[in-house]
Design a binder for this molecule. Structure first.
Ligand code: ZN
Length: 267
């Protein structure tokens, strides 16, 4: 099932699933832990980020070709960083280029994201997917000047500005995505393909990531885990390509959908 969060015209937030009409959703009842069931009732509204995460974990340098294009060595262990949960924004919402702590080198990263339905501690490869509510698209928006030159090699500052974590358009439950280790993933800027790869090209696959992150470490229910970006990011272009006001970026993943966001300057 596709699980969406929507806001109706009165401002009330619901769980729903998409119908053939883009602004009409069938209401769902349930919870992340127990699952959701359709109610047969519909509501008019627009999509929000499909979850308000308890935490946002992210894996860096997890595709061979991306590690190579950045000049970084292939990592021996998954490279973990975290993003501010308040950086999350929804489909169609603008990515705001920071102007108070100015960045002129904002980049876009297409990523598959995992959503945890319950606490996850010491998962094994065999049990890793038992903890999943499902999968969604993410854009790991990154201010490269702050990431690479002004941060003491820590990435959290550069990746935690407001609106720097678009998620959506909805969460697809694992039963509808039988082979998440082989999904086409495409990142576009103004319609042009920037990134095109397959989740099979990850250095650490999805069960390995969950096993590593949850080792002696409780990942709380409602966590979102970004699983790394393929090659083709703007930073690696000659000359580099940075997001500009007026751009539109999108992340498309096979079997999930397309997450699209316009780019504006922060006020
Ligand atoms: Zn990333």
């Amino acid at each position: 099932m596709r699980l969406a969060r929507i806001v109706d015209e009165a401002g009330k937030v619901h769980h729903g699933r998409p119908t053939d009409e883009p602004t009409t959703f069938e209401l769902l009842q349930g919870s992340w832990e127990k699952g959701f069931l359709p109610t047969g009732q519909t509501v008019e509204g627009r999509l929000l980020a499909p979850i308000v995460p308890a935490a946002v974990y992210a894996i860096g340098l997890n595709y061979h070709d991306h590690a190579v294009e950045t000049g970084a060595p292939i990592p021996d262990y998954p490279v973990l960083f975290m993003k501010n949960i308040r950086a999350v924004t929804g489909p169609g919402e603008p990515i705001r280029l920071p102007r108070r702590l100015r960045s002129d080198e904002v980049d876009s990263e297409a990523e598959l994201a995992l959503v945890l339905s319950r606490d996850c501690l010491n998962a094994t490869r065999a049990t890793a997917f038992d903890h999943l509510a499902g999968f969604t698209c993410a854009n790991d928006v990154s201010a490269r000047d702050w990431q690479l030159r002004r941060s003491g090699r820590q990435w959290c500052r550069a990746k935690s500005f407001d609106t720097f974590c678009p998620l959506g358009p909805w969460i697809v439950t694992p039963d509808e995505l039988p082979d998440p280790l082989h999904l086409e993933i495409t990142g576009r800027r103004n319609g042009e393909i920037m990134q095109q790869s397959n989740t099979s090209r990850m250095i650490f696959d999805l069960p390995s990531i969950l096993e590593f992150l949850s080792a002696d470490t409780t990942l709380p229910a409602g966590s979102v885990i970004l699983t790394g970006t393929p090659h083709g990011v703007g930073m690696a272009r000659q000359p580099p390509v940075w997001l500009q006001p007026g751009d539109t970026v999108s992340v498309k993943i096979e079997g999930i959908g397309t997450l699209t966001n316009p780019v504006v300057e922060a006020a």
